[in-house]
Design a protein. Structure first.
Lengths: 512, 123
């Protein structure tokens, strides 16, 4: 007998409708074959399905079983076809009633017949909504991902036996209760609070601007001055994701299987800090079947690269295009995939290999050649794309002394966060109706004329600065965006002279 | 032990042979051996020469006989069959077609035959 079960394949960030056709033939030599460009993980499904059926007290048919994953020309990968195959086989044996209405089945089987965490459930639910499919059957551990999508009944499945009872109408499974999006609160606990960082007021201000407008930051300073500590405290002042942003981030996390069991929408801004030995593919994304890399995992969040010049040159240069466009297109033999990669780059570096170049107290022991080689890693095009350059100098001993009542001197993360959130609210209002733009840094040059209006004095100052320092056209536009954010923090409608002046201060590097 | 296995195999081949003769097939050769290996049973049905792989299992703790016939085994039988046709050109002339069958027998521990299955054309 022939049965047809609907399921879903993932290609990039797209979900594609798949039909799993199962034929259990009376004639022919017994066996179990899977066709339809299945990879190794799908081939291995045979053993999992077989054992799961036996362990669910169903005799595996000693007949010729052929499974076809249609459309046959699309490569299928992953273990999520276990459930549709099992349902198809049991249905073909007339042991369960396959729902007449088209429903999606999706999930990896365990040998004991229970269902395991499978990636991509969120995308499945979105596709179901788009195609008008009412019911989806997914593993219980990742059913919460789907439950935020409205208009789709999500049936959480514990194991095969329960599913059979449900489909036969013996014991029904309750569809999952819909989680309202506003019920999901973020619960981020950063390692450090900004009040714990001694001194570095300029760096803190720069990070506040970066968080408010989504600008890229570059911190340079001797070892032990607090660059890493500042970055670790950074998530504490980031605003929560908006609803649209949250959907975008959840898609990427769902496809990479990074949503923890029971987890739902991602509400915290991603903060990724890959080690500097990360390969280019790990950073940008890739593989024979292209997968998202760290820059896509940091979409709408922060990519923190400590010891920036220690990354390979090709990795650093590969960041150029995503930094500008906010997307990354990866082309491989199997096809081309575009992943979103609109991230905020926070990079930290020492000024030279020994770390003490330009330090007041300690002497630099590097040769000129070493210094040049080290700084050449930070190429012009990359530095041009970073809006805020800060020098994080060594901290004065007076500020470090225990007992100076540090807590009262510095602001806490939550105070700063309040200001950041306020500035973001202004931006949200500004970009209402403009698609895909959520922060000042996302603005395209064409938007600047209408959305970032300069006061005449500010215009003059900017013109003088660009001429004097020989700044590039890109820098000119980026300066306006940073000034816009500073003005937002100041709650000012127009960009004034002082805002431009502050933006310039972060822009012009001492070496330039 | 080895002797027992040998005897068991012979036993199965005999069951298959007489069962298929009953069904109207003609016996050609048993245990054909060439330098590529051995074929359990060769018979003919009309103008088709049939190479048969016989599997006998006593009890079912160790799986079904069908599971013991893998893809590799089938392709091996195919190669030996082609070898047979090269050695016997007369046979090759007489029969224009050939196919590979499987014959599976399950016995219980008392020696009673529980089930026999004949699968045609499994290549």
């Amino acid at each position: 007998m022939l049965t047809k079960i609907a399921s879903v394949a993932n290609y990039g960030l797209k979900a594609i409708d798949i039909e799993v056709e199962v034929n259990v033939a009376d004639k022919g030599f017994p066996g179990f074959g899977v066709v339809g460009l299945a990879n190794k993980a799908v081939e291995e499904a045979k053993e999992r399905v077989k054992t799961a059926l036996i362990n669910s007290d169903i005799e595996f048919p000693n007949q010729k079983i052929t499974v076809n994953l249609a459309p046959a020309d699309l490569p299928k990968e992953g273990s999520c076809y276990d459930l549709p195959m099992a349902v198809g086989i049991i249905g073909a044996m007339n042991l369960l009633k396959i729902p007449e209405e088209k429903s999606y089945f999706y999930g990896e089987l365990s040998l004991d017949g229970s269902l395991r965490h499978s990636r991509g459930v969120f995308l499945l639910a979105l596709l179901a909504k788009e195609k008008g499919i009412k019911n989806i059957y997914v593993p219980r551990v990742c059913a919460n991902e789907a439950s935020v999508v409205e208009g789709v009944n999500v049936f959480p499945i514990d194991n095969l036996s329960n599913l059979i009872k449900h489909l036969n109408g013996i014991k029904l499974i309750e569809p999952l209760y819909k989680i309202r999006k506003d019920e999901l609160l973020s619960d981020i606990v950063p390692e450090f609070d900004f009040s714990e960082v001694c001194g570095q007021e300029q760096a803190k201000r720069a990070l506040e601007i970066a968080a408010a407008g989504g600008h890229n930051v570059f911190m340079m300073g001797p070892p032990g001055s607090g660059k890493t500590m500042l970055s670790r405290a950074f998530p504490g002042i980031l605003p929560d994701l908006t609803e649209e942003e949250s959907l975008e981030v959840t898609k990427i996390y769902s496809i990479t299987g990074n949503i923890p069991p029971g987890g739902s929408l991602i509400r915290n801004r991603p903060f990724r800090s890959p080690h500097h030995t990360t390969s280019q593919v790990g950073l940008i994304g890739g593989g024979s079947n292209p997968r998202p890399g760290e820059i896509s995992m940091a979409h709408r969040g922060v990519l923190f690269l400590d010891e920036f010049p220690e990354l390979t040159r090709s990795s650093i240069e590969a960041l150029r295009q995503p930094l500008e466009d906010g997307i990354v297109s990866i082309s491989r033999a199997s096809g081309s995939v575009t992943y979103p990669a609109s991230f905020m780059l926070v990079a930290a570096a020492n000024p030279c290999p020994c770390g003490f170049l330009g330090d007041n107290k300690k002497e630099c022991r590097c040769t000129i050649f070493q210094i040049l080689k080290y700084q050449k890693k930070l190429s012009g095009p990359i530095m041009d794309r970073i809006d805020l350059h800060i020098n994080v100098g060594a901290v004065d001993i007076d500020k470090l002394m225990v007992g100076n009542n540090l807590k009262n001197q510095s602001e806490t993360s939550s105070t700063i966060k309040n200001r950041v959130v306020k500035a973001r609210k202004i931006q949200q209002k500004r970009f209402k109706g403009v698609d895909g733009i959520y922060s000042n840094a996302d603005m395209k040059n064409k938007h600047l004329k209408d959305l970032a209006v300069l006061n005449p004095n500010a215009n003059l100052l900017l013109k003088t600065a660009v001429n004097k320092f020989g700044l590039s056209a890109r820098t000119y536009f980026r300066l306006i965006k940073v000034s816009r954010t500073i003005a937002d923090l100041d709650n000012s409608v127009e960009i004034l002279e002082k805002h431009i002046a502050e933006a310039l201060q972060y822009r012009v590097r001492t070496e330039d | 032990m080895k002797d027992l296995n040998y005897k068991k195999g012979r036993d199965g081949e005999d069951i298959a042979k007489y069962f298929l003769i009953d069904k109207g097939m003609l016996w050609v050769e048993s245990n054909h051996v060439n330098n590529l290996g051995e074929i359990d049973l060769i018979m003919s049905e009309g103008d088709v020469l049939v190479f048969i792989e016989v599997k006998l299992k006593i009890g079912d703790q160790y799986g079904t006989p069908e599971e013991m016939i893998s893809k590799g085994k089938i392709s091996r039988v195919k190669r030996i069959a082609e070898g047979f046709l090269v050695i016997n050109p007369k046979m090759a002339k007489k029969f224009s077609k050939y196919r590979i069958d499987a014959f599976c027998i399950v016995k219980d521990f008392e020696g009673n035959t529980k089930r026999v299955s004949h699968y045609k054309n499994i290549g």
